[in-house]
Design a protein around this ligand. Structure first.
Ligand code: ADP
Ligand code: MG
Length: 411
């Protein structure tokens, strides 16, 4: 029993959908029970989001529109699941489409970024056993009130992994427009290299630091359930070699390497509070103001206090949260106690990731030397056991990614 997932470019038009049907047919022919998870045709979700945004811009009644947003943007997957089911039947196979509510794939109530609570397998399982290929609309589910919910951008990856776990599948294959996980985004560094294997922990960091090839939550789920994910290209013909990348638990067969990859995220904004009072508890007050506004604070750096007991505090939030964050800070200005606030959205976070960093020193030095050689100024730094991230001017994104990729000899 296997789960195959196809992203937007893999189902971009009828020709691609017919090709996907041929890849699915091959797996079925080999005797596998197959569930296929599909995204919307590429560009479709963006088009739907833009429609909602355009209507929303006319009013300030955001919340009235919220519970309809999911129902609108989930429609793209309904189309592709139906089309692929037909394409499979045209090949003489038995197939049917499944929408989130038909399975049902139950989620919590979070608008536009729901988490999966449970997947019922009592209908889809027997249907597959009886010889039907299950073609599942990714990205969508049904919430506690019976309304359609969506899992956030890239959510079909998570649909696929969660379904594989629920169906006790032997494999979860994520087909996309690249032939595996690379040392960095191959769109930015032409000499990026495909990895044969990568550890869950590394993939989790890369994904959460901006590598959009897998949704972070899908990696988390796979890791917690010890389900290896194979990432491979949907562009290959049936029978072509397609080794892809195996995302799995770390083991001795993995290449000996300190850094495995470089990731970047443009979804960052920098906020600086000028002359924040230097007293215990000030940072906690700022963090509370952000938490109350439902804004996640990422990197934080506190300046050194001068003799007059005030220092600047800099932190980052997601681009979409900037306005909300600034409004909350303005409202709490008196109670927190700072002079002014500055913000900048032309920033990018660039990170190097590798489980080898646990046992090797010198990574930070190599990183900062490579950036300094290109005159790239580092605004904020954050580290963990297996990653180092820096915030830089957005205009240096490509330069920094390529510089770090070559400094760590990833090509
Ligand atoms: P899909 O529509 O199939 O879900 P995505 O666009 O979400 O595909 O993800 C694939 C893209 O991820 C690739 O085209 C590539 O540009 C990007 N990407 C970013 N980082 C990496 C990486 N380290 N390895 C491979 N692809 C990456
Ligand atoms: Mg994706």
């Amino acid at each position: 029993r296997i789960v195959m997932k196809f992203g937007g470019t893999s189902v971009a038009n009828l020709e691609r959908i017919r090709h996907v049907a041929s890849l699915v047919a091959e797996e079925a022919k080999e005797g596998n029970e197959v569930a296929v998870v599909v995204s919307a045709m590429s560009g479709e979700t963006n088009r739907l989001v833009a429609l909602v945004d355009a209507l929303d811009a006319d009013s300030n009644q955001g919340t009235a529109i919220e519970d309809e947003y999911d129902s609108i943007v989930a429609s793209g997957e309904q189309v592709t699941s139906g089309l692929l089911a037909i394409a499979l039947r045209r090949r003489g196979l038995r197939a049917r489409s499944w929408l989130g509510w038909q399975i049902p794939l139950r989620t919590d109530m979070a608008h536009s970024k729901a988490r999966i609570a449970e997947i019922e397998s009592s209908a889809i399982g027997p249907s597959m056993k009886a010889g039907n290929i299950a073609v599942v609309a990714g990205f969508q589910g049904v919430n506690e009130e019976g309304r359609i919910s969506t899992l956030g951008r890239g959510g079909s990856d998570t649909s696929a992994v969660a379904l594989a776990v629920a169906l006790k599948a032997d494999r979860c294959d994520i087909y996309t427009d690249v032939d595996g996980i690379y040392t960095t985004d191959p769109r930015i560094a032409k000499d990026a290299r495909r990895l044969n294997r990568i550890a869950f922990e590394e993939m989790l960091e890369l994904a959460s630091l901006g590598a959009k090839v897998l949704q972070t939550r899908s990696v988390e789920l796979a890791m917690n359930n010890n389900l290896p994910i194979r990432v491979l290209t949907s562009m290959a013909e049936v029978g072509d070699p397609n080794p892809g990348t195996l995302v799995c638990h770390e083991d001795e067969t993995m290449e000996e390497r300190v850094v495995s990859g470089v990731a970047y995220s443009r979804d960052e904004s920098q906020i600086t509070l000028l002359r924040l009072k230097d007293k215990p508890g000030m940072v906690a007050k700022v963090c509370k103001a952000m938490a109350d506004a439902n804004v996640i604070v990422d990197m934080i750096v506190q300046g050194i206090s001068k003799s007059d007991s005030a220092a600047n505090l800099t932190f980052t939030v997601g681009k979409r949260d900037l306005d909300k964050a600034l409004a909350a800070l303005e409202a709490a200005k008196q109670s927190i106690g700072f002079e002014a606030v500055k913000s900048d959205s032309d920033v990018t976070k660039v990170s190097v990731v590798g489980i080898g960093m646990r046992s090797h020193t010198g990574v930070a030095q190599t990183m900062f030397e490579a950036l300094a050689e290109r005159n790239i100024n580092v605004k904020v730094i954050a580290t963990s056991e297996i990653k180092i991230s820096v915030l830089i001017d957005a205009e240096y994104t490509e330069l920094a990614v390529r510089a770090l990729h070559s400094a760590f000899e990833l090509d």
